[in-house]
Write a protein that binds this ligand. Structure first.
Ligand SMILES: C[S@@+](CC[C@H](N)C(=O)[O-])C[C@H]1O[C@@H](n2cnc3c(N)ncnc32)[C@H](O)[C@@H]1O
Length: 295
């Protein structure tokens, strides 16, 4: 098995110290991403989740000598959340303007809004967004129909981060090949994973629709995102899958509603216990009033 984190490290070395402070990956993860690109030489890469642009600059550096290779980057936010005075991906503009001719950047929306502009035949997806379920699963469902269904790759960051959203996706997606580099800290599980897309990934995609029944940790999927995501699901998946998707969202709304009712109920239960213990005469009077109202 190839250790991609060791493959053509010398490509990344000269810019490593410039990008490191702005990249949200660890050392081995950065070399792993560099090695995967250098080994597979993808022509069309989609990066979802840009932030300051440390990963973007790494990718652009890795493809700069690959004929016809292009990077498409999408970030939900116009501004880099760690440097709110600057645009997402600012590092490329500031430090690597000579690499911008292979770069297309889309800011200010979920990937579902831009994916059809990016277009098909994607060879590699680098996915690193919210880490809160259901986001990565939704992101992937929206991108998959526009990926090459034979031999393209997804590189997924933060598969061991506490939110578990990326682990649900990494665990549930069907792929003949999934792997991770050696983690920087051998006591911790690897936090980046790659999986190869094949026709089976699409054939067994219902596994990921099923994941949408796992309670959402994210408080809400905003209406505008729901609209653009559901438009993509409706267009690229079967009517049954689209129906399942809508029902999963209905189910999640009912869970949220039930959670609210449970919380409301437990508040009144606690209040009742408090009154019984500390003001039993008040509790008796309240019960009498309630009984008289019922009569
Ligand atoms: C962890 S940071 C990305 C770090 C970057 N990949 C790196 O290696 O330095 C996550 C980014 O994803 C963006 N994001 C969150 N949800 C998104 C979505 N649904 N579509 C596109 N970008 C999203 C956030 O605005 C944030 O900038």
């Amino acid at each position: 098995m190839i250790h991609y984190e060791d493959f053509e490290r010398e490509r990344l070395d000269p810019i490593y110290d410039i990008i490191a402070p702005y990249s949200e990956m660890s050392k081995n993860e950065r070399y792993f991403l560099n090695g995967m690109i250098r080994y597979f030489k993808p022509k069309k890469i989609l990066e979802v989740g840009v932030s300051s642009g440390g990963g973007t600059a790494l990718i652009l550096n890795a493809i700069s000598d690959i004929d016809g290779a292009e990077l498409y980057s999408v970030d939900y936010s116009e501004k880099a959340y760690r440097h709110p005075e600057k645009s997402s991906g600012f590092l490329v503009e500031e430090q690597f303007p000579h690499l911008m001719d292979k770069w297309h950047i889309y800011r200010g929306g979920d990937v579902s809004r831009f994916i059809e502009t990016v277009g098909g035949d994607i060879d590699m997806l680098v996915l690193d967004t919210v880490h809160i379920h259901p986001w990565e699963t939704l992101n992937f469902l929206c991108v998959l129909p526009l990926m090459k269904l034979s031999g393209s790759w997804t590189i997924l960051h933060d598969i061991s981060l506490s939110g578990l959203a990326c682990r649900y996706l990494f665990g549930h997606v069907v792929s003949e090949e999934k792997f991770s580099p050696a983690p920087d800290n051998p006591e911790l599980p690897p936090n980046i994973g790659a999986f190869r897309i094949s026709e089976d990934t699409m054939k067994y995609i219902n596994n990921l629709f099923e994941s949408l029944m796992i309670p959402f940790f994210s408080s809400e999927v905003p209406q505008k995102d729901f609209d653009s995501i559901s438009a993509i699901i409706k267009k690229y998946y079967s009517p049954e899958q689209y129906k399942f998707f809508l029902e999963a969202f209905k189910f999640q709304a009912s869970l949220k509603d039930r959670g609210y009712k449970e919380r409301k109920k437990s508040f009144y239960e606690s209040l009742k216990t408090f009154i019984i213990l500390w003001q039993p005469s008040l509790y008796d009077s309240m019960r009498k009033i309630k009984r008289s109202i019922k009569k």
